[in-house]
Design a protein around this ligand. Structure first.
Ligand code: URA
Length: 241
């Protein structure tokens, strides 16, 4: 049995707090009866409706995908390109979606879940979940430029938060380098834009880590369920901060 507001939030309708408002405003029905108090608990068999629309309820499911390049971070694509949910084992019926996105050309760690509340929490900038990227750049940034990346880059949507930056290797002949960049924001194409602001192109980009989840033991295209302690940990970071 779970609290009604939690069940509504998990179904992805809205946040838990806003679900409380929906309840007190008399917009929620359980088994056909309007419920306006907040203490009510419901079981998976109870029929919950919000504004007359039945809530689609499923057991929460959580996966980590090692997304290959050439795959869209979506559940469907009009142009028929591969999408992240194509990698789910056939027996999985849960209607999961990606938490945030990786570019079509970026590979690496991405979570898939049907738990809307969990996804919203992870994506909320205030929880500052670390994301570690390995980027191959068409040049060898100077120390000064690496420090600029660390302090924050001025982009068209504002200055980026301080980042951790380490040059892992540089190829003087090919004039390329491999850089590890750890950020906690999740703006659109952020890593590529940070390097572009310095005048470098990102030739390859991989997300090696998302919070406590890394790609150890996985190959491109592999998917695995998250372990209960991994889900618990991510839930806790997003509560603590
Ligand atoms: N930053 C990018 O530029 N691309 C991604 O896919 C993720 C982060």
């Amino acid at each position: 049995m779970d609290r009604l507001q939690k069940v509504i939030a998990q179904a992805g309708v809205t946040s838990r707090r806003k679900a409380e408002t929906l309840i007190t405003e008399g917009r929620v029905k359980v088994n056909g009866k309007t419920v306006t108090e907040l203490g009510v608990k419901v079981s998976p068999d109870d029929k919950v409706e919000v504004d007359g629309i039945p809530l689609e309820r499923e057991e929460p499911a959580y996966f980590l995908l090692y997304k290959p390049t050439g795959v869209i971070s979506s559940v469907k694509d009009d142009k028929g390109r591969k999408v992240v949910t194509d990698f789910l084992p056939e027996e999985v019926e849960a209607r999961v979606f990606p938490v945030g996105r990786l570019d079509y050309d970026t590979s690496g760690a991405i979570i898939l879940t049907n738990d809307g509340e969990f996804a919203n929490k992870l994506m909320h900038p205030k929880y500052e979940i670390d994301k570690e990227y390995i980027a191959k750049i068409d040049g060898i940034p100077t120390k000064k430029e690496l420090n600029q990346l660390k302090r924050g880059m001025r982009l068209e949507d504002g200055k980026t938060a301080p980042a951790q930056v380490k040059m892992l290797s540089a190829d003087g002949k090919k004039k390329t380098s491999i850089i590890r960049l750890t950020i906690h924001e999740g703006r659109n194409r952020q890593v590529r834009r940070m390097f572009e602001a310095l005048g470098y192109n990102v030739l390859k980009l991989k997300r090696e880590r998302y919070g406590n989840l890394d790609l150890r033991g996985m190959n491109s295209g592999d998917i695995r369920p998250l372990k209960p302690h991994e889900v618990k940990y991510l839930n806790q970071i997003s509560i603590k901060k």
